[in-house]
Structure formats: structure tokens, C-alpha cells
Design a protein around this ligand. Structure first.
Ligand code: NDP
Length: 294
């Protein structure tokens, strides 16, 4: 058996297309131009690549994109002042502060300063709490993408056994809540879990969000399981360059799983597309319009 490959590139492109249609509609019918502000502090090369891609895709969807680049030695007070200005700006519906922040800045205080209605990363405690309580919330983009990818294979996740490996605020924890909202039965595994292979073997849906290259082996999987690999790990190649691999041993898993996301070309593609979804949703909510059809 060879697993079906879940093509994140294609699914993300479809989603971006639907967002663009909805943006065109709210512009036409309500004169509303959703706007996303991205704040980049310092010049971490990986963050610069992410921010550029967010800027391009936001504009391609017909939304306004505002980029704010601050030097690595910016003070906490200056960064908080920019967040406060963006909170007040009526053209800005989504605010994303690119993480990680340089050392010396207090990430928690910055996240807490973002207006929860504009918190398109879904990291503000208000949104995290709402999600955990089962209320409507802006949810983190990567877990949202994981759910959409899973639903490209299974129309309903009701009653399925899911395992989420990893419990970060950015990925694991919100993913658990989204799966509960889909009526899946969820196991949360982490670095202290016992017999991880045994836990994984019971799961119909496996989400790996650990940050350890190819940790989940093919023989851990239940035959036919759907595997969503969130991990992004750079490992050295013989020629001195690096290659990207996920948290799942892909070639092994292909032989056992029913469906699997590749790395790259899987979850990573969905994250920015879901950021566009969140910005559109935030803009509609702030303007008092019904939830958009994406
Ligand atoms: P964190 O480092 O914040 O969390 C990692 C989690 O994995 C922790 O909960 C940790 O457990 C758990 N863990 C570590 N070692 C083991 C182990 N041996 N067995 C079981 N669990 C373990 O990472 P993130 O959640 O931020 O990211 C996870 C991965 O996803 C990374 O590779 C990251 O690059 C990638 N990522 C990809 C995105 C995308 O768009 N595709 C977006 C965001 C992240 P404990 O809590 O006990 O320490």
C-alpha cells in the first residue's frame, strides 16, 4: 500500500482563491478592504522569508498589507507603542508580530498588548481561552491548516482517535482544541509521555509537531492512518547544503499510512493561507458583517 499524498500546495492555493473571492465581495458590497499589519523585529533570515511571503500573498488576495520593520535593539516600550498604534488604526484588521522576538523583548507582554479582535495569530490569552472553552475565536494558523488538510481526506472527524505529539501554545494545544471541536477523541503526547509508539499505533489521525527530524517511524503507525507532519527540520546533506524533513520518517510512513502530508509541500503551505482567512474573518467581525464563507 502506498499512502495518498495530501498536497498542501494545491489545497492552500484553492483556499487562497476562495479568500480572494470573498475579499473581492466585501470590497464590492461593503467597501471594506481587509488589512494585515506584520511587525518584524531584527533581521532573522527565516523570519524575513516568512514576512515577505505573507506580504506577497496578502496583496495577491486583494487585501492591504502593512509591513513594519524595527531594529533588533528596539525597546519594549517602542514596540508596545507600535502595537497600540496598530490597535487604533481602522485600516488594520489583523496584527501579527513575527516570532521569535530578539532576546531582551518580552514576548508575552507584546502578545497580550494586541487587541484580541485583531489577533490573527490566535495567541492572545483571550483567544486561546475562548478556543479552549469551545467558543468562537481567532485560532492559530498552523493548527487551522492541519484541520483543513485532514478534512481533505475525511469529511467528518467525529469519533476518530487522534494523537497530537507536541503541546506548544503555537501548535499542539490549539490543535487539540480544534480536534475536540470536530468531535475527535484526542490523546496529547509530549516529551514525558510513556510508550509513544504504542500511543501512536492506536490513532487514526497522527499529528507530529515536535521539531525532531523523522522521529515518528513507519512501524509506529496504524495501517491506513492519516498523518499530518507539522515538523520543519533542516538536516545536513552530503554536499554541505541542508534539506528539509518533517517529524515523520516519510518514506517508511508512505508504506503504512492511508494519507500523509509531505515536507515541504504540506502543512507549511497552509499556514499563510490560514493567516489570510483569519484576517478576512477579523475584518468582517470588526465591521459587524456576517462570518465570510471561508
Ligand atoms: P516547540 O519546541 O514549542 O514544542 C515541541 C513539543 O514537542 C513540546 O511540547 C515537547 O514536549 C514535544 N517533544 C519534544 N521532544 C519530544 C519527544 N521526544 N517525544 C514527544 N514529544 C516531544 O515546537 P513548536 O510546537 O513551535 O513546533 C513544532 C515543530 O513544528 C517544529 O519543527 C517547528 O519548526 C514546526 N512548525 C511548523 C509550522 C508550519 O507552518 N509548518 C509552524 C510552526 C511550527 P514538552 O512540552 O514536554 O517539552
Amino acid at each position: 500500500m502506498t499512502a495518498k499524498i495530501i498536497d498542501g500546495k494545491v489545497i492552500a492555493a484553492e483556499l487562497r482563491g476562495r479568500v480572494a473571492e470573498e475579499v473581492a465581495r466585501v470590497r464590492r458590497e461593503h467597501n471594506l478592504v481587509p488589512g494585515l499589519a506584520v511587525v518584524l523585529v531584527g533581521n532573522d533570515p527565516a523570519s524575513e522569508v516568512y514576512v515577505r511571503s505573507k506580504h506577497t500573498q496578502t496583496q495577491a488576495a486583494g487585501m492591504a498589507s502593512f509591513e513594519h520593520k524595527l531594529p533588533a535593539d528596539v525597546s519594549q516600550a517602542e514596540l508596545l507603542a507600535l502595537v497600540a498604534k496598530l490597535n487604533r488604526d481602522p485600516a488594520v484588521h489583523g496584527i501579527l508580530v513575527q516570532l521569535p522576538l530578539p532576546k531582551g523583548l518580552n514576548t508575552e507582554a507584546v502578545i497580550n498588548a494586541i487587541d484580541p479582535a485583531k489577533d490573527v495569530d490566535g495567541l492572545h490569552p483571550n483567544n486561546a481561552g475562548r478556543l479552549a472553552g469551545g467558543f468562537s475565536a481567532l485560532s492559530p494558523c498552523t493548527p487551522l491548516g492541519c484541520i483543513i488538510l485532514t478534512k481533505s481526506v475525511h469529511a467528518s472527524l467525529e469519533g476518530m482517535n487522534a494523537i497530537v505529539i507536541g503541546r506548544s501554545n503555537l501548535v499542539g494545544r490549539p490543535l487539540v482544541q480544534l480536534l475536540l471541536n470536530e468531535n475527535a477523541t484526542v490523546t496529547i503526547a509530549h516529551s514525558r509521555s510513556r510508550d509513544l509508539p504504542g500511543l501512536v499505533r492506536r490513532a487514526d489521525l497522527v499529528y507530529a509537531a515536535v521539531g525532531k527530524a523523522e522521529m515518528v517511524r513507519g512501524d509506529w503507525l496504524k495501517p491506513g492512518a492519516t498523518v499530518i507532519d507539522v515538523g520543519i527540520n533542516r538536516i545536513p546533506r552530503a554536499d554541505g547544503k541542508t534539506r528539509l524533513v518533517g517529524d515523520v520518517a516519510y518514506q517508511e510512513a508512505l508504506e503504512v499510512a492511508g494519507a500523509i502530508t509531505p515536507v515541504p509541500g504540506g502543512v507549511g503551505q497552509m499556514t499563510v493561507a490560514c493567516l489570510l482567512v483569519n484576517t478576512l474573518r477579523a475584518a468582517c467581525a470588526i465591521a459587524g458583517l456576517p462570518k465570510p464563507a471561508v
